[in-house]
Design a protein around this ligand. Structure first.
Ligand SMILES: NC(=O)c1ccc[n+]([C@@H]2O[C@H](COP(=O)([O-])OP(=O)(O)OC[C@H]3O[C@@H](n4cnc5c(N)ncnc54)[C@H](O)[C@@H]3O)[C@@H](O)[C@H]2O)c1
Length: 419
């Protein structure tokens, strides 16, 4: 039997795509190098926060299967690559997973196939990295023998309103005919497909979106620091500014940025710009400002305790919400790690709570979880609210805690200080 779709990389991006495809009636196989991920999925276990075990069971019932074997992937009409694009230790783009995935796809490439890269990367990757590898491995030519496109994933984990289907999907083809084929494919999965001029513009559109957020978050984070000293409530100022019906979009300060889209992806663009011989200054500045926020949070925690005649050294500090954003279970690149590390290095006795996580470690050392949340809120010398998960009773925290540092601007009260 023919196979409509092979998804390569079954993480936060690939798995929702596979789900949408199989629920939309496409025969779908998922390929992932991680044998634990594959075994888990085939045993109906989801490792992705937004996808329930029951979804996996339903996918399997409709014929989905995951494999870690090259031989298990069959002969798909379309391959979508959703593998990680991290940074190397030196801070440069690390395309090793993309190259490895493309190498595998090159071996099974045949005339008429569509290959799409969804991993976030710098402009030119599809044309300069993916196309040559595919053509070399297969002896086929993109745009003539097979179709090649880039389509950025715009998923917003934890967002109950926007998913793959109702978020417009950008598609950029290696050639116009590649774009036609890719647009037809995504038209089956998404309500609206937007055509970019080429793969480069599609790659750049994704980085523009992420850089825009990065820079605007840095703007309000920097303002938060001096507004504290000026005695200005920045949250109130932002709420007032946001009443303007045009020309302003609200961004809010916080303890730092986490996961991939904000702290990492813009580096792909600044790396590319640096190859031209000059820096992308606004991104590098945003990186510096947002990167300092966790340390600033710890400085403010020490100041707050000090104002209440208590040193940070020896203080019992309860950190609430250690995932990288509200209402998700993903703790990768979360600013909470730096906050926790700095609190500990300054002598604080740290405990944490996160409704979505049952374990949290700093540099490999497990942190004690406050299972009896509201009792521990009342007993801690200081509560630091890092993520305002919707499970938290914020009024109760404001009422019961001895001292609160609220990095989200959500709580008010006599013993609460906002970042
Ligand atoms: N998570 C998000 O919210 C999000 C949003 C937009 C874009 N992206 C981008 O999408 C890409 C994937 O991100 P993610 O969050 O899904 O990553 P992830 O780490 O959750 O999942 C990636 C999966 O790919 C697998 N993998 C790695 N190398 C492989 C290979 N050679 N062959 C097959 N499988 C391989 C890994 O085992 C892992 O299961 C990244 O470029 C990321 O920047 C992510």
């Amino acid at each position: 039997m023919g196979l409509d779709l092979l998804v390569v990389g079954l993480g936060y991006v690939g798995l929702p795509l596979a789900r949408e495809a199989i629920f939309g009636g496409m025969t779908t196989v998922g390929y992932d190098l991680n044998v634990d991920v594959v075994a888990g999925l085939n045993a109906r276990r989801s490792h992705v926060g937004d996808i329930a075990d029951s979804d996996i069971a339903e996918m399997l019932a409709r014929g989905f299967r995951a494999t870690a074997e090259d031989a298990g992937v069959g002969a798909p009409d379309t391959v979508v690559i959703c593998v990680p694009t991290p940074l190397s230790a030196e801070g440069a783009p690390d395309l090793a997973a993309v190259r490895a995935a493309v190498g595998m796809v090159g071996r099974l490439l045949r005339a008429g196939m569509l290959v799409v890269l969804e991993s976030t990367t710098y402009p030119g990757t599809t044309d300069e990295v993916v196309r040559p590898l595919l053509e070399e491995a297969s002896g086929l030519t993109a745009g003539t023998d097979f179709s090649l496109a880039f389509s950025p994933e715009r998923i917003d984990p934890g967002n109950p309103d926007f998913g793959l289907r109702n978020t417009p999907k950008i598609v950029g083809g290696q050639t116009p005919s590649c774009a036609d084929v890719a647009m037809r494919f995504y038209g089956k999965l998404c309500d609206r497909v937007v055509r970019a001029r080429s793969a480069r513009e599609a790659e750049m559109a994704k980085l523009l979106e992420n850089t825009y957020r990065h820079v605007n978050i840095a703007l309000v984070n920097e303002m938060a620091i001096f507004c504290h000293e000026l005695g200005v409530d920045l949250w109130d100022a932002i709420a007032c500014a946001a009443t303007k019906p045009f020309g302003f979009q609200a961004f809010w300060p916080g303890p730092g940025v986490g996961r991939h889209c904000i702290p990492i992806d813009p580096n792909y663009l600044s790396f590319k710009v640096r190859s031209l011989g000059y820096p992308f200054r606004i991104v590098e500045l945003a990186q510096e400002i947002n990167g300092r926020m966790p340390t600033y949070v710890v400085d403010r925690a020490a100041e707050l305790l000090n104002g209440n005649s208590k040193p940070l050294n020896g203080a019992r500090v309860l950190v609430l919400g250690v995932s990288y954003k509200r209402d998700v279970a993903d703790q990768r690149e979360s600013p909470a790690h730096v906050v926790g590390r700095k609190l500990r290095s300054r002598g604080a006795v740290v405990a944490y709570h996160d409704p979505r996580l049952t374990g949290w470690a700093i540099d490999g050392h497990a942190v004690r979880r406050a299972d009896d949340l509201y009792r521990e809120v009342a007993e801690a010398d200081l509560v630091i609210l890092l993520q305002d998960h919707s499970a938290y009773d914020l009024d109760r925290i404001a009422r019961d805690a001895r001292l609160v540092l609220d990095t989200r601007g959500r709580i008010a009260g006599p013993r609460v200080e906002t970042l």
